[in-house]
Design a protein around this ligand. Structure first.
Ligand code: XMP
Length: 311
């Protein structure tokens, strides 16, 4: 019988047995998998666990501080690396989506290596929040949460505490371990982050506008209890400037696209039929609160033929 508290106990004791008195380094992505791995490891080995969170500058508003403060509050040691410049500089002027992904992946590994050297002599194990679906679909999985493969030559031994669990089991385990529901139930967020939600080149201005718009959309979804009726929702920044009017002034400003989908497996997806009054509220807030945006559109394409992300 599938009993979460006995599974949790078994995983913890197995980790204790494997790791002994060694030290472990775990990369935290902000997602549920690495957070649950952190809690399990912390339960098993306490202060022998060192976590690292890399702020790529491509995260959503509040995201970095939120996860870092959550884990710190649970007495988990977490090293917050501010690597925004390391990511944003090489991305300057890059417009091609897969080039963006490649650059981000490479810098992520480089940053992780560089930072982990600080503890290198003391750390034996590298832990990753790989789950079962990552194992079986590893070809299709491109999350930066677990791209540090052994072949990257970090000279660590690899440990994957939740490798045998399905996503819903990871969530149940997270609940059992006392993880906040807002982390457990959050929508997936792609490894390359906001970089693939800004069409074309990435600039600090575009990032700021997108962050604000995305925060408003998610805030309203939560406020109206709609967040859990969709499986992924976010804003996309379009560098397209169209004409708008404020008072009696005509001016050109940017466009925000809202995307919300319902899906079981993310391989196919339907656009979510959010109600017009709700969309109206979101649109009004975005154009009122972000002067650089005069136009908000709702994406009514399903997958296929569209993808969930715009890049
Ligand atoms: P698409 O856009 O392919 O997205 O329909 C399907 C799911 O995958 C996520 N996604 C990514 N996740 N790195 C990731 O870690 C990526 O490069 C990437 N591209 C898409 C997307 O958010 C959705 O959940």
């Amino acid at each position: 019988q599938w009993n979460i508290s006995s599974i949790s106990k078994a995983l913890v004791s197995e980790l204790k047995h494997t790791i002994g008195t060694d030290k472990v380094l775990l990369g935290i992505s902000g997602g549920v998998d690495s957070a649950v791995s952190a809690l399990l490891l912390h339960k098993a080995i306490g202060k022998q666990l060192h976590c690292m969170f890399i702020d790529t500058g491509l995260l959503r508003k509040y995201e970095a501080n939120f996860i870092v403060s959550q884990l710190s509050a649970l007495n988990i040691q977490i090293h917050h690396v501010n690597a925004q410049n390391a990511f944003l500089k090489p991305l300057q002027g890059v417009t091609e989506p897969n080039k963006k992904r490649k650059i981000i992946g490479n810098i992520f590994i480089r940053t992780f290596k560089k930072e982990s050297k600080k503890w290198h002599r003391r750390i034996t194990w590298l832990a990753q929040g790989t789950i079962y679906s990552d194992v079986i679909e590893s070809a299709g999985n491109h999350s930066t949460a677990h791209i540090i493969k052994p072949h990257h030559n970090l000279r660590f031994r690899l440990i994957e505490p939740i490798r045998d669990l399905f996503k819903d089991e990871v969530r149940t385990l997270g609940r059992e371990l006392g993880l906040l529901p807002s982390i457990i139930q959050q929508h997936p967020f792609p490894g390359p982050g906001l970089a693939i939600r800004i069409i074309g080149k990435i600039t600090p201005l575009y990032l700021r506008i997108l962050r604000e718009a995305d925060t408003i959309f998610i805030e309203e979804l939560k406020k109206e209890n709609l967040y859990h009726t969709v499986d992924q929702a976010f804003a996309v920044f379009l560098p397209l400037q169209s004409v708008g009017v404020t008072g009696d002034q005509r001016r050109y400003a940017y466009t925000i696209a809202l995307r919300a989908v319902q899906t079981k497996d993310y391989m196919t997806a339907q656009w979510a039929p959010l109600e017009y009054p709700f969309l109206q509220t979101v649109s009004r807030r975005i154009t009122n609160e972000i002067p650089e945006v005069t136009r908000v559109v709702y994406d009514i394409s399903s997958k296929p033929p569209a993808t969930i992300e715009w890049e």
